[in-house]
Every structure is written in C-alpha cells, then in structure tokens.
Write a protein that binds this ligand. Structure first.
Ligand SMILES: Cc1ncc(C[n+]2csc(CCOP(=O)(O)OP(=O)(O)O)c2C)c(N)n1
Length: 574
C-alpha cells in the first residue's frame, strides 16, 4: 500500500459519500488522519468543519446530522482521539442519528508492539454502532476501487436506513502519508457511475400492516401523544392539523413541533399531576407517534391506563415503551403514519376535547399568578422563548431543567420555532457543540437554552464561535450548580449535597465569553431579556445572555405553580 493507493481509495470513498447525499464533515487535527482530512476538505461538495477537541467534533456532527437528517462524517487521528468520540456515538445510537466515523489507525504491523498513539480501535464503540468495519490496508486495483465505492455506499445507507445511527470505518494508513505529486483525475477501473448516481442505492422496505380491523368500529375516546418527530418540521404541522380536524386531544411535546392547533392541550403535564382529573380523562385509545415524552406524570398515567388500547406508530424498529403498554406497534415511515391516522381518527362531536381544554385553560389561568409574581425565572425564560422566537428559529435545549421547563411551559403556538434536544442518552455533555452543529445546517437563527453546569461541561465547544464563524444565541440560566438536584431527596444531605452533587462552579461566564470572542449580557427582568434576545438574534457574533436565578427559589416556584394548577383542577371538578 503506497500513499497513492491510500489517496485513491479515500477519494473514491468520499466521492461516494457525496453522491449518496452527504454535505458536511467534521475534522480534528492529527498526523495519521491527514490523508482523510485532505480528501474531505478538498471535495468541493462537502463542507468541512474543523474542531480541536474530538468530543466537540462528535457532538457538532451529531447536531448537524440531527437537524439535517443526513449522515455527517467525522474523522480523527488514532489513539485516545477516537475514544473522545464515544459520548456522541452513544447519543447518536440512542437518539437514532446517522453518523459515519472515520478513525485513522496504525497499520497491523504497528499494533500491539508499543508503537506510539496506538490503541485497540477494533469495535471501539461496541454495540453503539450499527456497523463496524476494519477497512484494512489495500492496493488501489480496479477491483478494490469498486469495492471501496460499494463499501462507502453501504456505510452511508446503513447509517441512514431503518433506525438511523452511527457507523464506524476504521482506516489504517501506512507512511508515507502524503503524496509527492497531486493525484490525476483517473483511477484504476472505470471510476464512479457515469450518471453521477451512487455506486449502490439501497431501499429500506417499510412494514405494512393492516390494522384498522384491530379497533372497535365506534369512535372511541382517543388521545394522540406526540414525542420527538425528528428534523422535518412538516411532520409536526401535519400532525397538528390532522388531529385538530378530528377534534381529538393532542398531548404534544415541544420537541414534536406539533404543539399547535385547536386540539392542543398545552399544560397536559400539569393536568396529569392531579390523580382525579387524570382518571376522569382516561381515554379508550391512545395513539402515539415519535418517542415517548420524558414527562413522569405522563408515563405514570399511561402505565395506569389498563383498559385503553395503546397504538404506537413507530418510524423504526427501536422499542420505545418503557411502561410496557403498547398493544400494537406499527413500523412505517412517519409521513404514512400521519396519513393513516387521519383516515382512522373519526371526527369527535362529543364534549371529550372540551373537557381537556377546560382543564387546560383553568391551569393556564391559575399558574399565571405565581409565574408573574416571580419576575424573570427559569419557567418564564422557557415561556418567553416560545413567545419571542420567530418561527424560522431553532431552539436547542440542554438537558436538566431547561428541557423540563420547555416541556412544561412552552406555549402552544400557530407557527412554533423548531425545538431540538439530545434526548437519546440525556447527557449534559457536548451541548454547545451540538448546537453549533445545528447552526451549521440551519437557515434561521439558532438559540441554545442551557444551565451553567452544562455550559461549563462543554465550555471548549465555544471555540467553534471563532473557528467556524457560526453564530449562536446562548441563553444561560445560571443558578450556580445543577438546579435539578434541588428537586431530589439528596438535596437534604447538606454537607455532601452542595460540593458533590449541586457542584456550583462559581464561574464568571463574561470572562469565558471574552476568551472565546463572544458577546455577553446579563439580564434581570423580562423586558431586558426580550431586548437582549432581539439584539443577539441580529448580532453577527455569538452572544451569551445570562439570567441569574437561585436554585432553592426555583424549586419553590415550581411547587407553587403545581399547587396553583392542582387547586384550579379541584375547583373545576367540584
Ligand atoms: C455527561 C453527564 N454527566 C452527568 C450527568 C448528570 N446530570 C444531570 S443534570 C446535571 C446538572 C446540570 O446542571 P445545569 O446545567 O446547571 O442545569 P440545571 O439543573 O441547573 O437546570 C448533571 C450533572 C448527565 N446527565 N450527563
């Protein structure tokens, strides 16, 4: 294997990725992977994004693949560099996001003999990848060129088809790594297909099941639950319209994009906390699309619905039924599921939807008072982002309280902004990098809502602001530590709680902003928050808008909101 062999093979590999539809790749610096970096960077059809930290590169690629729905390639050098991709690979596996990992490696003769920067990279990511393949050292014969073209397509389609996920190609490279002369246009064999088509096109056969006969013919009391529906906003819109036309209550997670229309129940999470109301609103059929929202009240309610039939329209084979309630799981593309649902939902003229909507407006009315009395708080930041962001925006939400507040308080809107989050493994890691990855493939502005520990965890992700020229608006809710833990019993263990669990960082984020070339503003009321948000959306640089809150007060406010909601629901029942 010579440098010419490696470069010819890599050029064909990347050519096929681009023919299949790849548009973005992430690189990290190193020596062993320079042939891969050069090939990716010189292919005009790909946009390459350079990252110093492989962990950031992995999450940036994850964000870009999540928002575009297309596989993104990532390359890194050998050794611990490859291990740093692990968190993003796990998230991609859990969330069903297509990635193609191109790890450079030492050739076989340098493995396991103490050569530098050499670790065992075979099956490094275990079962978290859909496919691992050791590319090996090859000569660029006509036969091998056909083989690598086919291999590239197989990697691309495997990452994308069925349930998307990561694919790992381990690529050993021998020295010399670089060419003396640039490659000519020709290659052994006939090159790629003349038509510009990929070498191999693959189709994933959807499952078709006749299920209408499964249900009672009479229109049952139904609810539709929508979780994360993926990158395409059209699904959320279509689903909301379909359900509204049938007047069936729609319990939609903000991540679904379906929290709109006359059938949307915005405060379902609070409504379901009241056991009597939850029992009175028990349906006969539950239709579920997308992932199950994380809300605990929802999961408890579903777990107790013994009499109902639970029908899950799943878009891939992954099981998402943590309460073991599904009667029927229909695996088919989301677009088809929504069409099927529209044929199946009978227009409901009873007062079923009105019962849900009266509970919803009673709760909305009741919680307004504690919320407005608290000034700029964590819940009002989540609400305000719903009110102020244009529909062209994408809101990327960090784990912990931000995602819970968005789930609980994000308003129902006619044209909601897109809402994305890393919910596969619920990690706080790589959040800034993922949001920059989303910005790389988005037309509209991208706003990140994050807690302070989450921002500190991926503070190096801010390097992308300067190095990529991409722009984020970061809304930082700084409660000096992990506010979510104040809701747990551990918060009563004072001596251990603060230093070991809440972990206040005490960081001055304005200095971090300065270090990474970002603007920084502190706001303390809703009007200045709105003004700062608008200014940041118009700015040509990344801005951190910092909202200082207090963890104990935040827990009390959430408790006050819940009591107000429960009191209103009790009153409505009496
Ligand atoms: C990689 C990873 N490490 C640790 C955790 C556990 N964890 C969950 S929430 C959290 C604290 C988050 O704090 P912050 O970002 O400030 O948000 P807040 O809770 O204040 O809303 C931690 C450490 C995790 N989910 N992922």
């Amino acid at each position: 294997m010579t440098a010419t062999d490696s470069h010819l093979l890599l050029r064909a590999l990347v050519d096929e990725f681009a023919r299949c539809g790849m548009e973005h790749a992430c690189t990290s610096p190193g020596s062993r992977n320079t042939p891969i970096v050069l090939t990716l960077a010189r292919d005009q059809r790909l946009r390459t994004w350079s990252h110093v930290d492989e962990r950031c590169a992995g999450f940036f690629a994850l964000g870009a693949a999540k928002a575009s729905g297309k596989p993104v390639a990532i390359t890194c050098t050998s050794g611990t560099a490859a291990a740093n991709l692990m968190p993003a690979v796990i998230e991609a596996h859990e969330a069903g996001i297509p990635l193609i990992l191109l790890t450079a490696d030492r050739p076989p003769e340098l493995r396991d003999i103490g050569a530098g920067q050499t670790i065992d990279q075979l099956k490094l990511y275990g079962d978290a990848v859909k496919w691992f393949f050791e590319v090996g050292v090859q000569e660029a014969t006509a036969e091998r060129m056909r083989w690598i073209r086919s291999l590239a397509c197989r990697a691309y389609w495997t990452a994308l088809d069925g349930r998307p996920g990561p694919v790992h190609l381990n690529i050993p490279l021998r020295e010399p790594l670089l060419l003396e002369q640039p490659l000519g246009d020709d290659e052994p064999g006939s090159g790629g297909r003349d038509s510009g088509e990929p070498w191999l096109t693959q189709q994933w056969p959807p499952t078709t099941v006749a299920y209408a006969a499964y249900l009672d013919p009479d229109p049952p009391r139904a609810v539709v639950i929508a979780g994360d529906l993926g990158a395409d906003r059209e699904f959320g819109r279509r689903l909301a319209d379909t359900v509204a036309a049938a007047r069936v209550p729609l319990l939609a997670d903000a991540l679904s994009g379906a929290r709109s229309g006359v059938a949307t129940v915005a405060h379902w999470d609070l409504i379901l906390r009241d056991p009597e109301t939850a029992a009175a609103l028990a349906p006969e059929v539950v239709y579920r699309l997308g992932d199950l929202p994380t809300s605990k009240p929802l999961r408890n309610w579903l777990a107790g619905l013994d009499e109902a039939k639970h029908i899950h329209f799943a878009s891939d084979e992954r099981v998402s039924d943590p309460v073991s309630r599904d009667n029927l799981r229909l695996i088919r593309p989301l677009a088809e599921s929504i069409t099927d649902l529209s044929a199946y939902l009978h227009p409901d003229n009873s007062d079923w939807l009105d019962q849900w909507l009266s509970a919803d407006s009673a709760v909305a009315h009741a919680i307004a008072e504690p919320l407005s009395g608290a000034g700029l708080s964590e819940p009002t930041v989540a609400t305000a982002l719903g009110q102020f962001l244009p529909s062209s925006a994408t809101l990327f939400v960090g784990a912990s309280m931000p995602i819970r507040d968005v789930e609980e308080f994000f308003p129902a809107l006619h044209e909601p902004p897109r809402v994305l989050a890393n919910r596969g493994a619920n990690g706080i890691d790589g959040t800034v990098s993922s949001a920059f990855g989303v910005a790389a493939v988005s037309d509209g502005p991208v706003v990140l809502l994050t807690g302070d520990v989450t921002l500190a965890h991926d503070i190096g992700g801010l390097l992308a602001a300067r190095r990529t020229g991409l722009k984020l608006t970061i809304v930082l809710v700084n409660n000096n530590g992990g506010g979510i833990f104040n809701f747990l019993a551990i918060s009563r263990e004072g001596d251990v709680f603060e230093p070991q669990v809440a972990t206040p960082t005490g960081l001055d984020f304005s200095i971090a902003a300065q270090l990474f070339g970002c603007a920084h503003e502190s706001v303390d009321d809703i009007d200045s928050f709105a003004v700062a948000l608008m200014r940041a959306l118009r700015a040509d640089q990344t801005t951190i808008i910092e909202v200082r809150t207090e963890r104990v007060a935040n827990r009390k406010l959430h408790a006050a909101v819940e009591s107000a909601a429960l009191a209103a629901l009790r009153k409505l029942r009496s």
